[in-house]
Design a protein around this ligand. Structure first.
Ligand SMILES: Cc1ncc(COP(=O)(O)O)c(C=O)c1O
Length: 368
């Protein structure tokens, strides 16, 4: 039996007819860029995240750029970023000619370590970008307190955490501004590129709305510098339909995770994810750790179990940041995770047989 790491086709097939009918409407009204489908999606997405404003944008990376611009981060400024995240969080700094300042992650949540943030703050620090990585919210209360104490902005990178909750509150409206990705493999994925900004701050929202659309307040009246970061109508149509199912799909992911938790516990040399007491984890990824990672990955592949590495090289050791002078050994938790992490298949349409095959193969590898 083969279990893919992710089965986008199964997901697409489950809504294909609805999407085709909706795309027909888009073709008929020719609202190819922004338009009524995007507007309806923005409303539904904001409501689902208990946040006042949502603006569809072209990608999550562009969202991170926009979030930094909205908080007026620029040349000479520093943005605190976790060492353990996908690199696009750090582009939030580089795209505005600011400097990312990396911080290690916690050994249990794998999210930015609030206790390590203050040591990274300098007079140039403008904001903190937290990531709710793998679908689990970061520990926001101590981070909010640090932002308040030092007068810093707070960006949430929610690319992996649609509908995740921190102490019962949805992510996306906890900090000043948040960026989501709708890359196809995300928990909420478009059939192409997509992203969104959410915020409770009217002024920041207005800026985002203008900047994404050539800096326009109204057509040909360019109030601020801008760019073309608009979400396409066809993507808005897919995302709007998916909003009907996202809560159910999230529960399905959590069930797969609960099954793995139960069936894979107690294996020596295998560390399972730790759901934090304050978090509702939405399991974009199910990341385990083992010192035998490379051999385990090869074994899984050989036995038809898709797997991935998120992420093998922490940001501070990426070649593109060599000039920043970080050293190996500086962020031991992120570095250990880079060496030992392995992501198991997880997607809402997983069958019991697929889940059982993953478990059997993993247990077989460890002789458990
Ligand atoms: C944590 C994180 N931030 C940002 C991004 C960038 O999103 P996108 O691929 O839509 O540009 C991604 C996903 O790729 C991500 O995982």
């Amino acid at each position: 039996m083969n279990v893919p790491f992710l089965d986008l086709k199964a997901n697409a097939n489950s809504i294909k007819d609805e999407v085709m009918a909706s795309w027909q409407e888009v073709l008929e009204n020719t609202a190819y860029v922004l338009g009524p489908k995007v507007a309806a999606f923005e409303k539904a997405f904001a409501e689902a995240h208990d946040v006042k404003h949502c603006y569809g944008v072209s990608t999550g990376t562009d969202g991170n750029h926009l979030a930094s611009l909205a908080l007026n981060i620029g040349p000479g400024d520093e943005l605190v970023v976790p060492a353990n995240t996908f690199i696009a969080t750090a582009w939030g700094a580089t795209l505005v000619n600011a400097t990312p300042v990396f911080v290690d992650c916690e050994p249990d949540s794998y999210n930015i370590d609030p206790a390590a943030i203050e040591a990274a703050i300098t007079p140039r620090t403008k904001a903190i970008a937290v990531v709710h990585l793998y679908g689990q919210p970061a520990n926001m209360d101590p981070i909010l307190a640090i932002c308040k104490k030092h007068g810093l902005g707070l960006i949430e990178d929610c690319a992996q955490s649609h509908l995740a909750e921190y102490k019962g509150k949805k992510v996306g409206g906890i900090g000043d501004i948040a960026s989501f990705s709708f890359y196809p493999g995300k928990n909420l994925g478009a059939w192409g590129e997509g992203g969104a900004i959410t915020t409770n701050n009217e002024e920041l929202g207005r800026f985002v709305d203008m900047f994404r659309n050539q800096g326009q307040e109204k057509k040909y009246y360019h109030k601020v510098y801008g760019h073309n970061y608009r979400l396409e109508g066809l993507m808005g149509a897919v995302l709007l339909i998916k909003m009907k199912y996202i809560a159910g799909w999230t529960e399905a992911r959590r069930k797969v995770a609960a099954y793995y938790d139960a069936q894979l516990s107690g294996i020596e040399e295998l560390t399972l994810p730790t759901p934090m007491p304050y978090a509702k984890h939405v399991y974009h990824l199910y990341v385990v750790q083992t010192p035998k990672r490379d051999a385990m990955s090869a074994y899984l592949t050989e036995h038809g179990v898709g797997n991935g590495l998120h992420y093998p090289i922490p940001n501070h050791l990426q070649e593109c940041f060599a000039h920043l002078g970080y050293k190996k050994g500086q962020f031991p938790v992120s570095e250990q995770l880079g060496a030992n992490c392995l992501s198991l298949p997880i997607f809402p349409e997983m069958t019991e047989a697929q889940m059982a095959h993953v478990v059997k193969t993993v247990r077989g590898y460890f002789g458990a």
